[in-house]
Ligand binder design. Structure first.
Ligand code: HEC
Length: 173
């Protein structure tokens, strides 16, 4: 008995190895079969997806053209599509400043000419903004004029001295 034990143990180990080999084999066969099935029938799905894509794209283009036409308008001095003030320098600003982000990001910000210059330098150093060349002073004039800190885009700073402070009482049960 004690002599047979090692043998049967060995057999068991061998069986385990064989079993896991079979499992691997099954997995491989399953994969191959799946790939084959996809190869044979897959194009049906692809075909449907593409059809949907095309259908979606065409409606979208249709809509967005209509919207763009509508948006390439100026109302109350604001170019609707970019949200930027429309004046003589607008085209330059649009060409140089709305390629990477929305014009609304610009319209939301206020700064002095110096502040705008710093933002431009920051984008040139870290974000890949190109040299603006002869357009730079024009763009800076535009920004400093329309997006200066004094404008009413932001609420006034809180006058800390004028605020009446009170202690918020926490209720304790
Ligand atoms: C090459 C790409 C690129 C171009 C062109 C570009 N910017 Fe930017 N700008 C960025 C990136 C990137 C950010 C960071 C956006 C973010 O934080 O989501 C940014 C941020 C800003 C901000 C927000 C800064 C802040 O503190 O939150 C302003 C304002 C701005 N840009 C103005 C401009 C102006 C004005 C121009 C034209 C002179 C311009 N950008 C052109 C890439 C560009």
């Amino acid at each position: 008995m004690s002599k047979n034990n090692p043998n049967s143990l060995q057999n068991k180990t061998w069986l385990k190895v064989f079993d896991s080999f079979l499992t691997t084999l099954k997995a491989i066969v399953f994969l191959i079969f799946g790939t084959l099935l996809y190869g044979i029938f897959g194009h049906h799905f692809d075909f449907n997806f593409k059809k949907n894509d095309v259908a979606q794209k065409s409606t979208r283009t249709y809509n967005s053209t209509a919207i763009e036409e509508d948006w390439d308008k100026v109302e109350n001095g604001i170019h609707l599509q970019t949200g930027l003030v429309h004046d003589a320098s607008f085209d330059i600003v649009r060409a140089n400043c709305t390629a990477c982000h929305s014009g609304k990001l610009i319209a939301q910000n206020r700064a002095t000419r110096e502040g705008w210059l710093q933002m431009i330098r920051w984008m040139q150093e870290t974000q890949g903004l190109w040299e603006l060349g002869v357009n730079e002073p024009k763009i800076l004039d535009y920004l400093a004029e329309h997006y200066a800190p004094e404008e009413t885009g932001r609420r006034a700073n809180i006058d800390m001295a004028a605020v009446e402070w009170y202690i918020l009482e926490m209720e304790e049960d």
